[in-house]
Design a protein around this ligand. Structure first.
Ligand code: SAM
Length: 217
């Protein structure tokens, strides 16, 4: 018996549904993925709290609500190929792996990528590929992607990633300063594939994207 099942259900009801995330597939995934396996042993009792948590290397596992909001924004139906920048703990990766056909995830810190790979393997997420490197450049050999998610904040919209977005594809990315940002959703128009439609999803706080389209450390 998973003793975290109840806290996880409570998290979905009070933090996610209550704030307006309604996509049934997203709610199912958030109810299914054992978030406590993606945090350090010492933080396991806080795994379902309404906040980000440290995962080492000065990085964080994102707040559950933000994971759900970003996932819902990608409008995944199950057949998509998704690119994620910033694997971190691998928790968001696992949620995406429940919602899409394949997930390609890039993390710049090798130890985090290795740890995420280990947990995802343990949970049998075989539809995830992880690469270590600067995600600013995307994953050219696998492009285009139906959905792209960046879980680290960039000073401006990362243009290589936009180039790798399929026609009709959706991308979510936090953009702004190092402390606070705005979460944007970009959609490549089907009628005019040159056109990118931009929506503001509200304020957010993410760790910094470090690299070509981000900060230099
Ligand atoms: N979604 C993750 C989770 O659920 O654990 C949280 C990701 S954390 C907020 C952001 C991650 O982006 C960090 O692990 C950081 O090392 C990574 N990152 C920062 N810049 C990057 C870059 N240029 N390419 C790839 N990963 C990057």
């Amino acid at each position: 018996m998973d003793r975290f099942k109840k806290p996880r259900m409570r998290m979905v009801e009070t933090q996610i549904k209550a704030r307006g995330v309604n996509d049934a597939r997203v709610l199912r995934a958030m109810n299914a993925v054992p978030r406590h396996l993606f945090v350090d042993e010492g933080l396991i009792e806080q795994a379902y709290s309404d906040s980000p948590l440290p995962i080492g290397e000065h990085q964080t596992i994102s707040q559950p609500y933000i994971v759900a909001l970003m996932s819902e924004s990608l409008e995944l139906k199950g057949r998509e190929r998704v690119l994620e920048i910033g694997t971190g703990s691998g928790y968001q990766t696992a949620i995406l792996a429940c919602l899409a056909d394949r997930v390609f995830s890039i993390e710049r810190i090798a130890s985090l990528a290795t740890n995420a790979r280990r947990i995802l393997d343990k949970l049998n997420f075989y539809n995830v590929a992880i690469r270590v490197g600067d995600g600013s450049y995307g994953w050219r050999e696998e492009a285009p992607f139906d959905a792209i998610i960046t879980t680290a904040a960039a000073p401006e919209i990362p243009h290589y990633l936009v180039e790798q977005l399929a026609v009709g594809g959706r991308m979510v990315v936090p953009v702004g300063g190092r402390d606070v940002q705005t979460l944007y959703k970009l959609t490549r128009s089907v009628e005019n594939p040159e056109e990118i439609i931009t929506e503001d999803l509200g304020g957010c706080r993410f760790v910094s994207l470090i690299g070509e389209s981000g900060w230099k450390k």
